[in-house]
Design a protein around this ligand. Structure first.
Ligand code: C2E
Ligand code: SIN
Ligand code: SIN
Ligand code: FE
Ligand code: FE
Length: 375
């Protein structure tokens, strides 16, 4: 018998995905000092987008918040189609080739890469990228080790994703059980999730948001109005303006939403999910106004958690551009003008500016998630 220290013992500790990835990176680099960067990009099937999720490198986060349509990345498409990882032992051969590689070389000085596609339960999760500033380092012996590390990451990511998906699915089921009473359709929820992501990504540098923060804003934003489940039909579905008393009842959806989320989290044992505070803040504070005139707690400015300020802009923009029992849909231009008017009083100005900067992407999101009879 002899003592052995578990060389991956750190992974037993409750840690965020970033911490685990960065730990794995350190552990691998202790043995292979040339391994300068590990990054994971997750794939969203609905939009064909590949978004960086976690990246670990000792340098500033080059290519953080990077996203691209997978179908525009021919070399990555090829990896997927052939279902074969790719070793490039001299990235300089790409020269003017793929944009992303050019950026990588420019910003990080990387000269070789190993790109491994990740799957779980037959579904494509995304890619893990291993990069080095040296040429010709990714030899067979090393690759076998990186393959293991990559698949370990796939399990960790999938585990985390399935917990969140369970939560989101639970909330969606709850909505569907109260079927069709909710005027907010599935496509409203999809669109506002994408608007929220757009805003968060635009503000990332200024606020120091990580890619996984942005991803969680995206995942949690559709749950902002879960509290509307508790609002009686005669108010929720009223085809006209609400009376003062009715609007007071309506406003209870913020606190009720937060309560429902607390119950779901404890019923499903999900209290420990990363970033779960974001979800609670989004439900409770998405109707606060920066001038303090919002509800339920009349918070002002920076006291309103940033994720709630982000979701608020996404929600109002989509509410304005959608039909509701009480209003017709506005054009994008009308809604943009209204957002500008609300900026600085009701809505956070930076969040509004961040959304307005991307009118082209807004249109793309609207085309991808069109309103139809099935929502
Ligand atoms: P919602 O329909 O999802 O709207 C979300 C937010 O978008 C509203 O929050 C408001 O800030 C903004 N918004 C939506 N439509 C308009 C509009 O025509 N003009 C302006 N200036 N802003 C608009 P708010 O006001 O706190 O309302 C929360 C929820 O209460 C709404 O969610 C909706 O479900 C309900 N609601 C609000 N007003 C009425 C109404 O007059 N009739 C009915 N039936 N429901 C209403
Ligand atoms: C990345 O490392 O984030 C993308 C690189 C690639 O397209 O190979
Ligand atoms: C996407 O990432 O799915 C496209 C639009 C966005 O960035 O929100
Ligand atoms: Fe709401
Ligand atoms: Fe909404």
């Amino acid at each position: 018998m002899f003592e052995h220290e578990d060389s991956f013992g750190e992974l037993n500790k409750p840690q965020s995905i970033e911490e685990r990835l960065s730990y794995l990176h350190q552990a691998l680099r202790a043995r292979h000092p040339f391994l300068d960067r590990i990054a994971v990009a997750l794939y969203n099937k609905d939009t064909d987008m590949l978004c960086t999720y976690v990246a670990s490198s000792e340098q500033a986060q080059e290519l953080d918040h990077y996203d691209a349509k997978l179908s525009d990345c021919s070399s990555l498409m090829e990896i997927l189609e052939r279902n074969q990882p790719r070793v490039v032992n001299d990235l300089s051969v790409f020269g003017a080739g793929t944009q992303v590689h050019t950026q990588l070389i420019d910003q990080g000085g990387y000269l070789s890469s190993y790109t491994l596609p990740l799957f779980a339960e037959g579904l494509f999760l995304g890619f893990v990228f291993f990069n080095s500033r040296q040429k010709n380092v990714f030899v067979e012996r090393i690759l076998r080790e990186l393959d293991m590390a990559g698949h370990l990451m796939a399990f960790m990511l999938y585990g985390e994703q399935s917990r969140i998906k369970t939560l989101v699915a639970t909330v969606r089921s709850a909505r569907e059980i109260s079927t069709h009473r909710d005027p907010e359709t599935g496509s409203h929820l999809e669109r506002m999730a994408h608007y929220s992501r757009l805003i968060a990504a635009e503000l990332a540098e200024r606020y120091g948001f990580s890619d996984s923060y942005i991803e969680h804003v995206f995942l949690f934003s559709p749950l902002h109005d879960i509290g509307k489940l508790t609002i009686p039909d005669n108010i929720l579905l009223k085809p006209g303006k609400l009376s003062k008393e009715e609007f007071e009842v309506m406003q209870e959806h913020s606190r009720n939403g937060r309560d429902i989320i607390d119950k779901l989290l404890s019923n499903y044992g999900l209290d420990g999910v990363e970033y779960i505070e974001l979800l609670k803040n989004i439900a409770l504070y998405h109707h606060e106004a920066v001038d303090g005139s919002g509800y339920p707690e009349h918070l002002k400015q920076q006291d309103i958690p940033i994720e709630a300020r982000i979701v608020s802009v996404a929600d109002v923009f989509d509410a304005l551009t959608s039909q509701r029992p009480y209003k017709a849909a506005w054009s994008n231009e009308e809604a943009f003008a209204k957002l500008r008017e609300m900026a600085g009083t009701k809505l956070d100005r930076e969040c509004v500016d961040a959304l307005l900067k991307h009118s082209d992407r807004i249109v793309k999101i609207q085309k991808a998630f069109v309103e139809n009879v099935f929502g």
